[in-house]
Design a binder for this molecule. Structure first.
Ligand SMILES: Cc1ncc(COP(=O)(O)O)c(C=O)c1O
Length: 395
């Protein structure tokens, strides 16, 4: 067996292209260079490839092809769904409900709407990252036009009760949008059966290419367009279509849905093995997120007495790629809004590291990661100013 020298453990940030996505995209790039809006042969062929991809995406989530709109990714889909639905329904009301743990593309879209006079309620979450359903029920008022709650969180992997939320939205005649960027391929979706009004997707988290995503929009949903220009995407999203990106996305989402159970089974074992190895070798570690209602590829851990960024950099040197729960904002480390919303103390939030594994991660790679992690945490703790461990937490 080849000696392991580096392990990528940040699959929630992005994934490599799968071999068949790569093959189909290369084939498309060679053959389908036409502009899908052109009327001649090259254009028609490119358009046929685009439409075939649209069918694949629709099939993967139980939608009709006419309800799928290509975008540049998840951020654009979130911006469009939230701003577009809110603005189009302004005459009905100016209130939006979202959660405190959404992706920045959702939170910042809501903040932008606040500047336009919309009122936004940010629903809190419990210590496991599950949104407070009672608070959500209470937040609904006659002016509410949109509820946007993510299907699964990107930092801690908690899966939100979106079936119950979509029911509630339907009962109150409110549009329901969900950011399913992290959930697709991990939990099954049937958007019609689940009463979802709008859903954001992206290809690069499921072994597809970067720069292509989609917004599912239930037939008849009122939405303003975000990009003015040509008549692509039924006049709702202008711009020359990313045909080969869409082709890659179509293959990636078909695989993701087909292999959902098999991948979840593999990831469950990987996660269990990783947690066991970490708890055997490293003390004062706590696990963030929900223990069972969760994405199986995600393990978010806090290591008391360290700064996550310091461990991240040391892990990089030792050949392991991970993320932290903090972001560098104006020279200081800001703890993640997700971990703070879950009630973690700032120094515990700042000591958190997100490990996310993929469908091909092996036990040997886990051994490599844990070995590097053991070294990195020990080293950072030995030089850290924070030496008092409050409690020993078992995983
Ligand atoms: C939950 C969630 N939503 C949206 C996005 C943004 O997707 P994209 O990178 O395609 O813009 C991400 C990516 O990190 C994400 O994790």
């Amino acid at each position: 067996m080849e000696k392991i020298t580096r392990v990528y453990a940040d699959y929630a940030a992005t994934t490599p292209l799968s071999a068949d996505v790569y093959r189909e995209m290369i084939d498309c790039l060679n053959k389908n260079y036409g502009n899908s809006a052109s009327l001649y042969k090259e254009g028609r062929e490119a358009d046929a490839a685009l439409e075939e991809a649209r069918v694949k995406i629709a099939n993967a989530i139980g939608a009709s092809p006419s309800e799928i709109y290509f975008t540049s990714g998840g951020s654009e889909a979130n911006n469009w769904a939230i701003k577009g639905i809110a603005r189009a329904n302004r005459s009905k009301g100016n209130h939006i409900i979202t959660s405190a743990i959404e992706h920045h593309s959702v939170i910042e879209s809501c903040k932008a709407l606040e500047k336009e006079g919309f009122e936004v309620t940010y629903i809190p979450v419990d210590s496991k990252g599950v949104i407070d359903y009672t608070a959500l029920v209470k937040a609904i008022k006659p002016e509410t036009v949109l509820i946007s709650i993510m299907s699964a969180n990107n930092e801690v992997g908690t899966i939100e009760p979106i079936r119950a939320i979509s029911e509630l939205a339907k009962m109150n005649d409110i549009a329901f949008h969900t950011d399913a960027v992290q959930a697709i391929g991990a939990i099954p979706f049937d958007v019609h059966e689940m009463n979802i009004t709008a859903m954001s997707l992206t290809a690069h988290k499921i072994y597809g290419p970067k720069g292509i995503g989609a917004l599912y929009l239930k037939k008849g949903t009122k939405i303003e367009r975000m990009i003015d220009g040509g008549s692509q995407e039924k006049g709702l999203r202008a711009g020359t279509s990313n045909v080969c990106g869409a082709v890659g996305f179509g293959v990636a989402i078909t695989n993701a849905v087909r292999d959902l159970e098999e991948n979840n089974k593999k990831l469950k074992n990987i996660r269990k093995y990783f947690l066991k190895e970490v708890s055997d070798k490293i003390h004062n570690v706590s696990l963030n997120g929900h223990p069972t209602q969760r994405l199986l590829g995600n393990v978010n851990l806090s290591f008391e007495g360290v700064e996550g960024e310091a461990v991240l950099m040391m892990l990089d040197n030792l050949g392991v790629s991970v993320s932290t729960g903090s972001a560098c904002a104006s020279g200081s480390l800001e703890p993640s809004h997700v971990l703070v919303a879950m009630g973690l103390e700032p120094e515990i939030a700042q000591s958190s590291i997100r490990f996310t594994f993929g469908k091909d991660t092996t036990n040997e790679e886990i051994d490599f990661v844990v070995n590097a992690l053991h070294k990195a945490v020990k080293k950072v703790r030995s030089v850290s100013a924070v030496r008092i461990y409050k409690n020993k937490v078992e995983l």
